[in-house]
Design a protein around this ligand. Sequence first.
Ligand SMILES: Cc1cc2nc3c(=O)[nH]c(=O)nc-3n(C[C@H](O)[C@H](O)[C@H](O)COP(=O)(O)O)c2cc1C
Length: 231
Amino acid sequence: MPTVVTEIYTKQPMVRPKLNNMKLLDKLKWRYATKAMNGKNVSQAKIDKIIEAVSLAPSSSGLQPYEIIVITNQEVKDKIRPIAWNQSVISDCSHLLVFAAWDTYTAERINIVFDLTNKIRDLKNEGWENYRKLLLDTYPQKDAEENFNHAAKQAYIALAIAITAAALQDIDSTPMEGFDAEAVDNYLGLREKGLRSCVILAIGYRDVENDWLVNLKKVRKSIEDLVTIMD
Ligand SMILES: Cc1cc2nc3c(=O)[nH]c(=O)nc-3n(C[C@H](O)[C@H](O)[C@H](O)COP(=O)(O)O)c2cc1C
């Protein structure tokens, strides 16, 4: 019988490295899912950095199985608000990002990524081509819903990077699943493009006067409850 791995789990106080002066941690402590924004515009240069960071997000097999729709048009934001739980940040943000995952994996979509890789690296590699075949023999045959759920997971990684890139530039953001995805898809015509919205991100600046959450403490479970160390 193999050792049952849970027997060697330990729950012990974590020795915390001195990270207090790490800028990233300060910014992550500063950020919060903003509940009210003040309508101020975020500069294009800062938005460009967020988008570039998103484009650098890792994804399963490097497929980047999603697209981002960046909305600044006020009318469009105002139309989305009522189909997104009437959340005020949708109309009061500067930019609204809609993360839309592929509705499924197709051979064409997979091949585009592998061909791009070969072109950029200017080489054709047997191992890589075998891996392409493996994906082609696996994903397209799967149920579209399963594939969409897998693609959506990749989009959430990009979401986390967008939130982090915003915070590093002192920009607020609100990730939102509180919306009617089908209604948003219909309004933006996403399904016709083989896309389905999975999460949206309002980007802007906090309205300190009107946001009930701005001065409340951040709540997180302890590191000890979050992490199990296996030495
Ligand atoms: C995927 C996802 C969906 C969320 N959906 C909403 C939402 O629809 N509306 C909202 O106000 N906050 C939403 N949140 C914010 C969370 O409630 C918030 O991140 C969590 O309570 C932790 O608080 P903090 O981000 O302020 O530190 C969402 C967060 C994530 C990651």
